[in-house]
Design a protein around this ligand. Structure first.
Ligand code: SF4
Length: 305
């Protein structure tokens, strides 16, 4: 195992054993990290996690002002979370752990893109990750998605706003990453189940968090059902045996075939004899891929958003 991400839909700092698990994984040569809301990343937790050898921590900060942040994250204190992040940045040595801010784009906070970049620079983090609001399900999630199937005026304006914020980040020496505003089918998701597994709190093993929990979801504004699909359960099952068993192998191979078909078509489109525009080559590459596995075809992560 090269790397363990101790995040999984809950707050990792509520797990009392977190620092010990990180230390064990670190001693075994694994890269470790987790995504947190930062509320419990206090003066006691920060040195403990640094000492455990954690390689990266991402903190969700969906607003650059107390008003915006606290309206979105009810019960959390903006000043306290900022103080926690700043302390961690100050205490770390040689840039470890790497620190990131995750900013989930919503109608309520999209006016604060440049402000969050300036705040990130002031707090001393390394990177800002602009994410789409793609997993808030049910009524709470409705109307919050800023992405779409095709670009219109509003989307182009948002893209420009985001580009400006990312330029500012570069200027301030910060890295940035952003999900797309226009969904476009990719050969494989960022989770990349060809080389990773998700383990749920109760030991259920799945390709990713979405398939570990399943349930009603929304895909590009349409109500869909994400299947709950487990390969097995720890500790009764052996993790390597599950990795090599038919269901996991089949999903990995399907994604490998998709990547081969996609890349082959892109190479033909751009480098081969076929004169092809960028858009045509991407369209041909998408059409050449075998169908995505069950659940993945209605997953935003397979569409870059
Ligand atoms: S495409 Fe979505 S559902 Fe499929 S493995 Fe990736 S994250 Fe999971």
């Amino acid at each position: 195992m090269r790397s363990i991400d101790f995040s999984g839909g809950g707050e990792p700092l509520l797990q009392p054993a977190l620092a010990r698990w990180i230390a064990e994984a670190h001693a075994a040569g694994c890269e470790t990290g987790f995504l947190s809301n930062g509320v419990l990343l206090d003066a006691e937790a920060a040195p403990r996690l640094i000492e455990a050898g954690v390689d990266w921590i991402a903190v969700s900060l969906d607003g650059a002002t107390p008003r915006t942040y606290e309206a979105i994250r009810a019960g959390a204190d903006f000043a306290r979370v900022c103080e926690n992040v700043e302390r961690l940045a100050r205490l770390r040595a040689a840039g470890r752990p790497r620190l990131m801010l995750n900013f989930v784009l919503m109608p309520e906070n999209v006016h604060e893109l440049e402000r969050i970049v300036r705040l990130a620079a002031r707090l001393g983090v390394d990177k800002v990750h602009f994410k789409q609001c793609d997993v808030v399900r049910g009524e709470q999630g409705r109307g919050r998605a800023l992405f779409a199937r095709a670009a219109d005026r509003a989307i182009r304006a948002l893209e420009k706003k985001l580009q400006r914020a990312r330029r500012l980040a570069r200027g301030l020496g910060l890295e940035s990453e952003a999900s797309a505003f226009v969904a476009r089918e990719l050969p494989v998701c960022g989770q990349d189940p060809r080389s990773s597994l998700f383990i749920r709190h109760d030991g259920a093993v799945a390709a990713c968090i979405s398939l570990a929990y399943g349930g009603p979801s929304v895909f590009l504004g349409r109500d869909v059902h994400m299947p709950e699909e487990h390969y097995g359960r720890l500790p009764a099952d052996d993790l390597l045996a599950l990795w090599e068993a038919a269901p996991c192998r089949a999903r990995r191979e399907r994604f490998a075939e998709r990547v081969r078909a996609y890349e082959g078509e892109i190479q033909r489109g751009f480098l081969g004899t076929a004169p092809s525009s960028y858009e045509q080559a991407l369209g041909a590459a998408a059409a050449a891929m075998p169908e995505a596995p069950a659940g993945c075809s209605v997953c935003h992560y397979l569409h870059g958003v």
